[in-house]
Design a protein around this ligand. Structure first.
Ligand SMILES: COc1cccc(N2C=Cc3cc(S(N)(=O)=O)sc3S2(=O)=O)c1
Ligand SMILES: [Zn+2]
Length: 235
């Protein structure tokens, strides 16, 4: 049950029983932004039900732990999931875990342990204003290991207008690739500007005192569906 996968919208099964999903995030839960050499990540306080995802394909309230991005070396690729053959320039993941499993490490071992909301970023000239702050903070974490405070941020401002989504059971797209993720992929992309994409591509894989190595193409290729059903919340 590996991720990402190619989404063929005509093969997705509309499931009228799929309820809408809701996120209620506390802006005060945002803690810091960091470059771990593989992506740019914003981490949130997940020590109690402070910022949670509910509804959709998940039961109960999953706690927001972190968000991060995947992007390419040019605008024509970079997303991990591919929609009807379309690769988007980037993909934003909001990672939530199920507190019924005690802690994040415990949730990793369960099929209903983690839920990731995936949002596609497509390049355009009218970028989503709410992306501005997060992509500007990138200047504070240029090299691997850099971390900076990042407060008063409610990531639900990044959601597109439509709540339509595809969902399937999959895995982390980076090692150790545990098969514990319910994926919720939003159908409507948000718009990112070419300059903002250049900002993401200005991040380094290397630490400050090491030779420059651009942090780009941190996406995993699509994995076989192996008979998994892809459901759509919309017709
Ligand atoms: C025990 O520490 C762990 C165990 C498992 C995963 C992780 N993480 C690192 C990679 C990773 C990849 C994610 S993706 N692209 O599928 O949304 S989410 C995620 S993570 O939770 O930050 C940390
Ligand atoms: Zn990811």
């Amino acid at each position: 049950r590996q991720s990402p996968v190619e989404i063929r919208s005509e093969e997705a099964q509309h499931d009228p029983a799929l309820p809408p999903w809701f996120a209620s995030y506390d802006p005060g839960a945002a803690k810091s932004i960091l470059n771990n050499g593989r992506t740019c990540r914003v981490v949130f306080d997940d020590t109690f039900d402070r910022s949670v995802l509910r509804g959709g394909p998940v039961q109960g309230a999953y706690r927001l732990r972190q968000l991060h991005f995947h992007w390419g070396s040019s605008d024509d690729h970079g997303s991990e999931h591919i929609i009807d053959g379309v690769k988007h320039a980037a993909e934003l993941h909001m990672v939530h875990w199920n507190p019924k499993h005690g802690n994040f490490a415990g949730a990793l071992k369960q099929r209903d342990g983690v839920a990731v909301v995936g949002i596609f970023l497509q390049v355009g000239n009218t970028p989503k204003p709410e992306l501005k702050r997060i992509l500007e903070e990138i200047d504070t974490v240029k090299t691997k290991g850099k971390e900076a405070p990042f407060h008063h941020f409610d990531p639900s401002i990044l959601f597109p207008k439509s709540r339509d989504y595809w969902t399937y059971e999959g895995s982390f797209t980076t090692p150790p690739c545990e098969e514990c993720i319910t994926w919720i992929l939003l159908r409507e992309p948000i718009v990112v500007s070419p300059d903002q994409m250049a900002k993401l591509r200005s991040l380094s894989m290397n630490a400050e005192n090491e030779p420059f190595c651009p942090l780009v193409d941190n996406w995993r290729p699509p994995q076989p569906l192996k008979g998994r059903v892809l459901r759509a919340s919309f017709k």
